[in-house]
Design a binder for this molecule. Structure first.
Ligand SMILES: [Zn+2]
Length: 63
């Protein structure tokens, strides 16, 4: 059976493939646009996937 996801990586369990999100701070820039903070997932370092070995380790650690 063919596997669609590459075997050496899988979707990040922490961010579920949304590794980078913008959060509004409530403040505005001088040009009127909203100030945002871009937060990157620490587990996958913004890639959205994690190496299979790391994912297994993270799951088995159970925290
Ligand atoms: Zn992630």
């Amino acid at each position: 059976m063919p596997e669609i996801t590459p075997a050496r990586s899988r979707r990040c369990p922490d961010c579920d493939d949304f590794p980078s999100v913008a959060i509004t701070t409530g403040q505005t820039n001088p040009d009127g646009t909203r100030k945002t903070l871009t937060v990157t997932c620490r587990t996958c370092q913004g890639t959205g996937t994690v190496p299979r070995h790391s994912a297994v380790t993270a799951t088995s650690s159970g925290r």
